[in-house]
Design a protein around this ligand. Structure first.
Ligand SMILES: NC(=O)c1ccc[n+]([C@@H]2O[C@H](COP(=O)([O-])OP(=O)(O)OC[C@H]3O[C@@H](n4cnc5c(N)ncnc54)[C@H](O)[C@@H]3O)[C@@H](O)[C@H]2O)c1
Length: 440
């Protein structure tokens, strides 16, 4: 099938490369000329494991191409996926749909043959109706069916998630469009991926409800971790104890510095706004957003407390800066709030990230970037593990203890058993663990 993907970011590029790998003929379009030019030279605009090889293979085999020319992608396509950004709108937290609507208009003007227009971007419930209206208004004679197909891939595991999804959700208003979507995803039947066909509005809401639920689960265990510190319990044990209950499950029960990234923060906010607009408020999600915001700021205070309450003139090394491992994405990363509060308190901050430095640099003025964890830790007064990249999970702890000015190891991901940290001669501060009591 001939497919066009409009917007070649994390979602568009991964989706395009995977669809091509299924055997479809895919053209990825983006307005950003430098991105397309780099892709033409085989350079990936993002860090995502396995992506470069997947793109290279499909370009070589002639199934995948990149262009800035929308007409080139759209005119022949039987399915056109919209995968542009839907960031938070400045000021009110609603999803900013201007990129989606602009792309829709541009696509509508170029429609020459019957096609399904698929929103893969995360869009609030009812957006499909508006996309449909824009198409009818811009191109009254066009034969187009608007479909919602939200994407659930996780950065860092995006290709595996796309090829082996827990489910594929397709929101349609008529059977013909459902048939075309089934055809597109047919290669995944072999992987037994459940295909859920719903109304367009249900599909749109599934995406937000899923993200809000996961954000709630993370925030729940984070608050339990704080309670653990006060009552002398260990959140790792509590988390395992509740996660073994099949009704709860073990995933997303790891206490940490608060959720970040390109999706949960903005999607939780947008869902709250949708609910407010429909006078059906979501109080739980509202609380989650507030608790998470407070938590990210509190992480800097945690470090300052561990330093004895005064960070002025002290050197703090942050290891791992991206919002999670295996991505270079810095959007809403907890490290941003931590850097800010440490710098506000007069600390000198050093940073190291295996892949995120280029994205992090412009967002963290005043931070000294280092080539590796030990360079960052040299003569530091505290080392803070912010993001648990594999490369940071087996640090030489005795070496850290030897090279640091004072041996404080603050593990915001509970990646190390406190006993191991202490045996290496470091003072251990995890999250919600006995060793971290009283630094809330
Ligand atoms: N990043 C994720 O992990 C993830 C996961 C699931 C869903 N989503 C959703 O997918 C959507 C895209 O997210 P992303 O992270 O890939 O965004 P992104 O910012 O990485 O990419 C968006 C791309 O769209 C391009 N673009 C904007 N307007 C365009 C137009 N009119 N024509 C052509 N290109 C245009 C931009 O130049 C940019 O390259 C969002 O709605 C997001 O919420 C993201």
């Amino acid at each position: 099938m001939k497919i066009a993907i409009v917007g070649t970011g994390y979602v568009g590029l991964v989706s395009g490369a995977c669809f091509a790998d299924f055997g479809h003929q895919v053209t990825c379009v983006d307005k950003d000329g430098s991105k397309i030019e780099a892709l033409g030279r085989g350079i990936m605009p993002i860090f995502e494991p396995g992506l470069a090889q997947l793109v290279e293979r499909n370009v070589r085999d002639g199934r995948l191409s990149f262009t800035t020319d929308l007409a080139e992608g759209v005119e022949e396509a039987e399915a056109i996926f919209i995968a542009v950004g839907t960031p938070s709108r400045r000021g009110d937290g609603h999803a900013d749909l201007s990129y989606v609507f602009a792309a829709t208009k541009e696509i509508a003007r170029l429609l020459k043959r019957p096609a399904v227009i698929v929103t893969k971007s995360t869009v609030p419930v009812g957006t499909g109706d508006e996309v449909e209206r824009i198409i009818r208004e811009t191109a009254p004679k066009a034969q187009a069916w608007v479909v919602s197909n939200p994407e659930f891939l996780r950065e860092g595991a995006a290709i595996e998630d796309f090829k082996r999804p827990d489910r594929i959700v397709i929101g349609v208003q008529d059977d013909g469009a459902a048939e075309i979507m089934r055809e597109i995803y047919r290669p995944l039947y072999l992987n037994k991926a459940p295909l859920l066909i719903t109304s367009r509005r249900s599909a749109e809401l599934i995406k937000y409800a899923a993200n809000a639920f996961l954000a709630t689960k993370i925030t729940f265990i984070n608050e339990i971790a704080d309670l653990c510190e006060i009552v002398g319990a260990d959140v790792q044990d509590v988390s395992r104890g509740i996660g073994l209950d099949n009704r709860i499950g073990p995933k997303f029960l790891h206490a940490g510095p608060g959720y970040g990234g390109s999706c949960f923060p903005k999607d939780a906010l947008a869902l709250i706004k949708t609910a407010e607009d429909h006078q059906s408020p979501l109080r739980i999600v509202e609380a989650v957003v507030k608790v998470n915001e407070t938590r990210k700021r509190a992480m800097g205070r945690r470090v300052i407390n561990a330093l004895g309450g005064d960070a002025r003139g002290k050197t703090v090394a942050l290891l791992g800066l991206t919002f999670k491992p295996n991505t270079d994405d810095m959007r809403d990363a907890p490290s941003l709030s931590i850097v800010q509060s440490l710098q506000d308190a007069g600390a000198k901050v050093r940073g190291y990230d295996p892949e995120g430095e280029e994205q992090a640099r412009p967002l963290m003025p005043g931070v000294m970037f280092c080539k590796g964890p030990y360079e960052a830790a040299e003569d530091a007064d505290a080392v803070v593990l912010v993001t648990e990249w594999d490369a940071l999970r087996a640090l030489d702890l005795p070496r850290l203890a030897r090279i640091m000015a004072s041996p404080l190891f603050i593990d915001l991901r509970n990646a190390y058993p406190p006993a191991d940290v202490e045996a290496a001669g470091l003072k251990s501060f995890g999250i919600g663990r006995k060793s971290s009591q009283k630094i809330l």
